[in-house]
Structure formats: structure tokens, C-alpha cells
Design a protein around this ligand. Structure first.
Ligand code: SAM
Ligand code: SF4
Ligand code: F3S
Length: 442
């Protein structure tokens, strides 16, 4: 077979990792990656189910593909990811244009599923939770991401069942990959050009395999000389264990940005959400980390207007943001998800919800702007990832993950360089290169 596959990815970094691994897999049966819809004879949509209209987005996208291929031969159409898992039975019935449906824990079967389809012309859905076989399979095929900053999934699934969240239903129970499998993948990524590894999991800090924890993984991976930076996401406050906090004392390569979703600043709402942590526990983690290194900064996820959120609860969230001074965060109005405990709860009035969201976003954005402004006329370390589209500048990231655009060259890609920040906006720092530097952690 000499075929071309186009993958469109919605959702979180784990879906991005999965899409790359799907490319690695289908290569074995003759598929090449294409960046153009029109060239593809296989179209795969890797979907996300986290907020509303997820399902509709998928059907809308299929509508677009149908139009593009109206006068051409229909591509093989595969729906993967979390909507595939949640809606599998319905999808093949509702949209005959879809050929295969593959859940996030079953994509290691994709090659057989495709070949089977061509042999028998029978539509198939693969939606078992089979994390062990998936990671066994993935450990045998090389991760060909070849990116300066590469994702590495170490843990998958969730047993926490926050009342608003679909992830335990779409990704299945918590599973941690074998320690040695992860180290082998990290070594391979390092050998093929990665300078930064971002360890991924829905509850990445719940990682535990044969006594090894996330802290052990970080310290082991940073022994790889090619790797200059290590990050992890997304963590849960309940799993922020002492050994992980201690890594911030000992690690040379762990970056000083902690993404630790809190969801709400009110203990009452956290309880309604079944979050299993309190604000004082959250602040204890914050204080401990700040004591270890005052340059450590926090980012978070917030759900605004969760059913039952009163004005006082909302104020608590506002106050928490002021206290922690999150430098970069995601915030969304609560969206009822099918199958979750919160699915049928009474919603807060839409106008009130939107007003609260706006207030929260204003303060979060203001923090971001101030953080970036505070770096103007300072020199920062930047890991250079690539050139801008018009090739006139270089693009990299600061230790806090902020995008940096500066006058770098192709030869800077993969290096940590020093950049003098000249200007900034909410999302980006603009600067001039000073000199190449060795790794330096804030
Ligand atoms: N495991 C992570 C944690 O516990 O914080 C979060 C993973 S989830 C994929 C990413 C974010 O989506 C959550 O932190 C939450 O803020 C948001 N989210 C999840 N369900 C939501 C819902 N029903 N409505 C709005 N936002 C939601
Ligand atoms: Fe969803 Fe909660 Fe699990 Fe995070 S901890 S993935 S928010 S159920
Ligand atoms: Fe979305 Fe599934 Fe990730 S629901 S956020 S793609 S785990």
C-alpha cells in the first residue's frame, strides 16, 4: 500500500501524543503523513469530549470532509479519541460516511482494523479499555515525533470521578506504564533530537509502577545529557506527594512552572465537585514550593458557575487567584456532560455565568500581562523550537512555557539561548538574542 493519511486532532496534549503514535503505527502498513486534506486517502479525526458540542463538532467536521471529497474518491474515515469512546455505538449508525471508530485505549489495533476493513468491507468499532496491550505495542514501535519539545505519555485514565468530568469514562481506569518502557522511549526521543520532554497523564502525578513514582522518572530522565528541560502535566493536588515536592530541591532540569488545576477557590464547591482536596491543602503545596524556590509559578484550570456556586464561592475563587497569582490558566463555564454525576444538575443562569467568567478571565489575563511585562528588559533562557512561518524569526519557549519570538537562526534550533526581552503582550515575549547559553534553571 502507498497511502496518505491526514489526522486532525482536537483536545488535550494526550490526544496530540496519540495522533503522533497513530502515525508511527500506520506507517508500518504503508501510510505516509500528509498535511493536506485533499491528498489524503485516509482521514482520521482524533476527538475530545471534555466540553459541550463535542459530538456536534465531529459531525460538522465530517460534513466538511464530505464536501472536500465530493468529486473525489471517498477516503477511509476513522473517528478516534474520547468522542469515539463515548459515542461509538451511535456514530456508525448516524453517519454512514464514517468507516471505523477506535477508542483511545484501542488504537494499537489500528493497523489490523484498517486491513480487516479493506479485506471484509465491514465497518468496525474498537473501544475496549486495553491500556496494557496498548503500551506494550507502543513500546515496540519507535516514537518518531522528532520534535525539540516532545510529549511522552506515562500514565493514562482516571479513578477520581470528579462529578463534572467525562475522562474516567472515556479513558478508563488509571494505568501507569512500565518505568523501563518510559525510560527507553525517553532515550529514543533524546537520540532523535528532543531537548525537552513533557511527561503526560490525565493524573500524571498519580504515576506509580513497581514502587517508582513520577519523582523517580523525572530524576532518571534528567540524567540524559541531551535533555535540557523536563515538564509534567496534568497533575492533581491530591497526588502532589512530598517526594515530588522534594524534586524541586534536587532537580536541575525540572521547569519552575507548576500546572496544578484547582477548579474552584471554594471548599464548598470543591466538595460538590467531588474534587477530594481543599483550598488549605492546595495552599500548603503552594507555600512549600514557593519556599523551595520563590521563582516557581503556578497555572491552573478553573470551572466557573458549577451548579450550586454562590456569589461567595465565586469570590473565594477570585481571592485564590489573587493569593496565588496564577501566571497562565484555562477557565471555562461548567458544561454538563453525558453520563457524569453533574449531568442533570440545575445550571446557573447563563448571564450570571458569563459575567463571572469574564471577571475571572480579566484577572487571569491581567496576571499574564503583568508577568510578561515584568520580563521586559531582562534576559531569559529560551529553548528554540523552530523558525516562524515566514522564516524571518525564531520561536522558542521560556522556562514558564511562554512563547518567545526573536531574531534567531536555524542553527539555534534545539539550543537554549539567552534572549533580551524588548516587548510583550499577553501570550508572547519579543526579544533579541544575546548569546547561546548552557542550561540555567530559575
Ligand atoms: N485531570 C486534570 C485535573 O484533575 O485537574 C484535568 C483534566 S481535564 C482533561 C482538563 C480540564 O477540563 C479540567 O481541569 C477542567 O477544568 C476542564 N473540564 C473538565 N470537565 C469539564 C466540564 N464538564 N465543564 C467545563 N470544564 C471541564
Ligand atoms: Fe477529570 Fe477529575 Fe479525573 Fe481530572 S481528576 S481527569 S478532572 S475526573
Ligand atoms: Fe478531551 Fe479526552 Fe483529553 S476528553 S481533554 S481528549 S482526555
Amino acid at each position: 500500500m502507498n497511502q496518505k493519511i491526514f489526522i486532525k486532532t482536537f483536545g488535550c496534549q494526550m490526544n496530540e501524543y496519540d495522533s503522533n503514535r497513530i502515525y508511527d503505527s500506520v506507517k508500518k502498513i504503508g501510510y505516509e503523513k500528509t498535511k493536506n486534506y485533499e491528498d489524503a486517502n485516509c482521514y482520521l479525526l482524533n476527538t475530545c469530549h471534555i466540553r459541550d458540542k463535542a459530538k456536534e463538532k465531529v459531525y460538522h467536521e465530517i460534513g466538511r470532509v464530505k464536501k472536500i471529497f465530493r468529486t473525489k474518491q471517498k477516503p477511509l474515515v476513522i473517528i478516534a479519541g474520547c468522542v469515539a469512546q463515548a459515542e461509538h455505538q451511535e456514530m456508525l449508525k448516524r453517519e454512514p460516511y464514517i468507516d471505523l471508530v477506535i477508542g483511545p485505549q484501542s488504537y494499537h489495533k489500528i493497523n489490523d482494523t484498517i486491513l480487516n476493513y479493506f479485506e471484509k468491507k465491514k465497518k468496525i468499532e474498537e473501544t475496549e479499555f486495553d491500556a496494557i496491550s496498548k503500551f506494550q505495542y507502543l513500546s515496540k514501535i519507535k516514537n518518531k515525533a522528532r520534535k525539540v519539545s516532545s510529549f511522552l505519555t506515562i500514565q493514562e485514565g482516571c479513578d477520581k470521578f470528579c462529578h463534572f468530568c467525562v475522562v474516567p469514562y472515556t479513558r478508563g481506569p488509571e494505568y501507569s506504564r512500565l518505568f523501563n518502557q518510559i525510560i527507553d522511549e525517553a532515550k529514543y526521543l533524546a537520540d532523535s533530537g528532543a531537548k525537552e520532554i513533557i511527561l503526560l497523564g490525565q493524573n500524571v502525578n498519580a504515576y506509580e509502577n513497581e514502587g517508582y513514582k513520577l519523582s523517580n522518572l523525572i530524576l532518571e530522565i534528567e540524567k540524559l545529557t541531551e535533555i535540557k528541560r523536563v515538564r509534567y502535566t496534568t497533575s492533581h493536588p491530591k497526588d502532589m506527594s512530598e517526594d515530588l515536592i522534594d524534586v524541586y530541591k534536587n532537580s536541575k532540569k525540572l521547569m519552575p512552572l507548576v500546572h496544578l488545576p484547582v477548579q474552584s477557590g471554594s471548599n464548598r464547591v470543591l466538595k460538590l465537585m467531588n474534587r477530594k482536596h481543599t483550598i488549605s491543602e492546595y495552599l500548603k503545596i503552594f507555600d512549600k514550593l514557593k519556599k523551595i524556590n520563590p521563582n516557581i509559578e503556578f497555572s491552573s484550570d478553573f470551572i466557573i458557575a458549577y451548579p450550586g456556586e454562590k456569589e461567595e464561592d465565586f469570590k473565594d475563587t477570585f481571592n485564590l487567584i489573587k493569593r496565588v497569582n496564577f501566571i497562565n490558566s484555562y477557565s471555562f463555564v461548567f458544561s454538563p456532560r453525558p453520563g457524569t454525576v453533574a449531568e442533570n444538575l440545575d445550571l446557573i443562569d447563563n448571564k450570571v455565568s458569563m459575567e463571572r467568567l469574564e471577571k475571572i478571565q480579566n484577572i487571569l489575563f491581567e496576571n499574564q500581562i503583568q508577568m510578561n511585562k515584568s520580563l521586559e528588559n531582562k534576559t531569559i533562557d529560551v529553548l528554540v523550537e523552530n523558525l516562524t512561518d515566514d522564516k524571518s524569526k525564531a520561536f522558542g519557549r521560556s522556562e514558564y512555557m511562554t512563547s518567545v519570538i526573536f531574531d534567531g537562526k536555524e542553527t539555534d534550533i534545539g539550543k537554549i539561548v539567552q534572549v533580551r526581552v524588548k516587548d510583550s503582550n499577553r501570550n508572547t515575549l519579543f526579544g533579541e538574542i544575546i548569546t547561546n547559553s548552557d542550561q540555567k534553571v530559575a
